[in-house]
Design a protein around this ligand. Sequence first.
Ligand code: GLN
Length: 453
Amino acid sequence: ISSVELSQYFLERINRYDGALNSVITLNEDGALLAAQQADQLIASGDAGLLTGIPLLHKDIFCTQGLRTSCGSKMLDNFIAPYSATAVSKLEQAGAVMLGKTNMDEFAMGSSNETSFYSGVKNPWDLETVPGGSSGGSAAAVAARLAPLASGTDTGGSIRQPAAFCGVTGIKPTYGRVSRYGMIAFASSLDQGGAMAKSAEDAAIMLQAMSGFDERDSTSVDRPVDDLLSGLGDSIKGLTVGLPKEFFTDDLDSDIREKVEEAVDTIRSAGALVKEISLPNINLSVPAYYVVAPAECSANLSRFDGVRFGYRCESPKDLEDLYKRSRGEGFGDEVKRRVMIGAYVLSAGYYDAYYKKAQQVRRLIQQDFVEAFKEVDVIASATAPSVAFKSDEKKGDPVSMYLSDIFTIGVNLAGLPGMSVPCGFVENKPVGMQLIGNYFEESRLLNVAHQYQ
Ligand code: GLN
């Protein structure tokens, strides 16, 4: 099959099935076919790599030169980025063909995709439920086989939780592994791009191509990219898997617990040792996150002021009116809530009580992981405390929405790599197992996931 045929096949699937899902918000038909033709020429000349001519979708948080980048917001509904994110360019250089951009929670703030300006995404396993978020469009699209690969970003769980809800594999690498250049910032010290795919092997191919040092991102890490593929087939005999006791309590749905325990048993029968561990401060991760993330978001989103780019209100009276109305009309409720919380916790009178305290708690959580990885190679848990919930179920209740990320957020606070791997179904809805690795041990995570799959 040629790349042109492959791209046409997936574009046709998007046109036929995405009406019911709303996972793709911008199509790149002409661009994709042109890129596919070029890929076919490379293939014909014997110059192809693993990704040459392979179609994929990008979460709409990644800037794509010449193609709208909305970040799920009215604020950027008309924004055409003048350059591409490094992760996007790297995949393009590897020969991948961009089919379009996926729906997401506005500025990546959410766990259900319901905060998108372009309205929610449906979960292909059950159209009455949400796909998770914020990379819900990417997860739903891969699950519905509208593309074999899709990019995502993960600030507190946004790759892993939707991967779990949609039954796909998603990996968030170590903080600094994938450049954040051109990835619209939500909470800069937590945001990390990654890959979503059908299998660990596919995710490994995609992640490998996205990774690497970038001098345009000062937090990108200058170390060689590991070979994520050659170790996939290695035996996991003798590997130690830790189960944090704080993640296996009554808060976890018992059917989900059963599925995750079955998956851990499969890993055990492949020769791994399993032991209980403790992350004593992990229960503070949601509160710490909901101080740090809004603080950073309030700073990052101050650039959207109606002046240089993005939404501008009609006939402003003066500069202040321009700022106020452009932001008031351009941002949705959840974004406004976070900007207000962020400005509050950073304000002179409250900085020490909230922001500084949260940073101290963050360090304790990170130390817990450092200690745990002295004892184990990989940590396993459920990715999310429930399966996909019904649309509207948590929409009016931010705290219950925030708690969907209780198992994933600590990983971002510590900057560790984490992934979600499908491990069965509860009431016909997919369940995900989370695997957490030590810094830069993406290849180990992918190896365990591949052996399990
Ligand atoms: N659900 C979390 C939030 O709303 C995480 C989102 C993310 O990882 N981008 O902040």
